[in-house]
Write a protein that binds this ligand. Sequence first.
Ligand code: SAH
Length: 258
Amino acid sequence: MKQSKAGMVYIIGAGPGDPELLTVKAMRRIQLADVIVYDRLVNPELLDLAKPDAKLVYCGKAPGAHSMPQDEINRTLVEYAVKGNHVVRLKGGDPFVFGRGGEEALELAAWGIPYEIVPGITSAIGAAASAGIPLTHRGYAASFACVTGNRCHGDNKPVRWDLLAHSVDTLAIYMGVSQLPDIREELLRHGKAEATPVAIIERGTTSRQRTLIGTLGDIHTIAAAMKVSNPALIVIGEVVHIREQLLHAERQAITMIG
Ligand code: SAH
């Protein structure tokens, strides 16, 4: 029997892909959950942590093929919670970074349902680290911004590429693969140099991670030729050079040891 009749919803970040990047807090919540409502970007291995009788509800959203509208996800969370369940809402990365976790929290708050937000490692942090790209670095970048490359969800808040081109050193762009030609054109149009280095990190932190390097001048042709697919993060800025320096230093160290 459950300790309390009151339900609770845990809005949890599952991290960027590598299941070991889950927080201890998130792991404990998953292990105790009666219901887990999970997204497409969540590593399915994490579901093995669930109780054998936990109910697993998939609400993944493949690009262009939304399998469960946000209203329905919100309703699902409320319905399970009011029946007294401990519900885990498991999302890729961090729930409050392009995760719509805020919308779900607002819905739960409106129903008076207790909830907790458990942060996760967002994919910009995870994928960049895993590709050897520090988002800030002394002498290279004193700031970074997480930016959406996709404003097609009926959102009327435009991305200020004109400001981003000049006022932020490193841009970490989510959901940008299909819009890459437009994004680079916007940045070039607003005066960002063609030689600005760009990295695309596909499936960051997973065993299938792939990193492509180019510049604002040629990255769209590289991405097309290499058939980049989602999920992928675009990093734009001088910090991309640090990856090459790290790889170079590692190669030299191996030669010296060898
Ligand atoms: N809440 C998530 C972001 C969801 S938006 C987070 O905090 O990470 C989905 C976008 O995240 C994808 O289009 C992609 O740009 C990025 N993304 C998610 N997982 C990724 C991964 N393993 N590697 C690179 N980018 C990833």
